[in-house]
Design a protein around this ligand. Structure first.
Ligand SMILES: NC(=O)c1cnc(N)c2cc(Br)sc12
Length: 318
């Protein structure tokens, strides 16, 4: 195989492996057997080793390649990451709805989403390529954990469109992975993680990306921080657009015509919560219209256009 053929094969393999990775980890619908994926990955690693001049940090082979760091760099979020006010019962939700309608009138609809119990992160893309990932930190300054986030297979390296974008999401550890991890730690006589959130946070704060890579972390992307090259008018539209770009979004979101529909959704998920393969600690409710969100703005701490309904802590079955 000459230089030109090798380069062509490398580009072809990168495209194939990114597509197969998306099908497996975002759509949960693999189109090729694992053995075929592994064989193609092995071929790409070999070709890239023989052609270092074709190195690309967005190659599927660089999901675990990151060096062990001495510390995490601090990064500033271009758009501060939100913290939400809380609601604990139906009346709190009706009070929230009244404040919203006092602000923007009665023609308001909401989007209700599962509140994933993990670690809030921000992902930055330039020209549609993943360039940086960071923790929420204090909302303005976070820590650069790009190498660890690159190990999460449902985070796309290349989007379907070459947009400049900063998205927010929740990195989490599925319940099954958490149980397996703690069982292994118990066998090794290591300290156990208290819950999947601590396990996910602990994994993403490791300086060696190989540890994060071994922890089977996942992510749901749920919001846009900054977006150039496209515009949306409502939150449900932004969720659909994020999904179109190749992100893993949580499929359980619901557009609600009024707060009574929100309350129905909250009560239904309080029942169904134990059946989910990941932990949730509540429901996030947002005014759907971005124009109305703009009109409502923020208090000193939280947006006036969103609230987090917190479920009572799950009874721990000992
Ligand atoms: N869907 C969402 O908006 C969502 C889901 N899960 C979470 N832990 C959070 C946190 C904030 Br702040 S928003 C949000």
């Amino acid at each position: 195989m000459n230089e030109e053929q090798a380069k062509e094969r490398i580009l072809e393999l990168r495209e194939m492996l990114e597509k197969y990775n998306y099908e497996y980890h975002v759509l949960d619908k693999p189109s090729v057997p694992d053995a075929e994926y592994d064989q193609l990955m092995k071929e790409l690693i070999e070709l890239e080793n023989n052609h270092p001049e074709l190195h690309d940090e967005h190659s599927p082979t660089s999901r675990v390649g990151g060096a062990v760091l001495d510390f995490f760099e601090k990064v500033e979020h271009t758009v501060p990451m939100l913290s939400l006010g809380n609601a604990f019962n139906d009346q709190d939700l009706r009070d929230f709805d009244r404040r919203v309608r006092d602000g923007v009138g009665s023609n308001v609809s909401y989007v209700a989403e599962l509140k994933i119990d993990g670690l809030a992160v921000s992902l930055t893309y330039q020209d549609g390529r993943f360039v940086r990932g960071a923790t929420r930190g204090d909302g303005t300054i976070g820590e650069d954990i790009t190498n660890n986030l690159k190990t999460i297979r449902s985070i796309p390296f290349k989007l379907k469109e070459d947009v400049m974008l900063e998205v927010r999401g929740e990195a989490f550890m599925p319940k099954k992975s958490f149980q397996k991890l703690n069982a292994h730690r118990e066998e090794e006589g290591q300290e156990l993680f208290a819950n999947p959130r601590n396990a996910a946070a602990g994994s993403l704060r490791q300086l060696d990306p190989k540890i994060a890579a071994s922890r089977n972390l996942d992510i749901f992307v749920y919001g846009v921080g900054k977006l150039e090259g496209h515009s949306v008018d409502s939150h449900d539209e932004s969720l659909t657009y994020l999904n179109h770009l190749g992100f893993k979004t949580n499929p359980e979101w619901k557009k609600c015509a009024n707060i009574e529909e929100v309350i129905e959704y909250v009560n239904s998920w309080q029942e169904k919560r134990p059946d989910l393969p990941y932990e949730i600690d509540g429901i996030v409710i947002k005014v759907n219209s971005l124009y109305q969100q703009e009109e409502l703005g923020f208090t000193a701490k939280n947006p006036r256009w969103a609230i987090a309904y917190k479920f009572p802590a799950e009874e721990v079955v000992t």
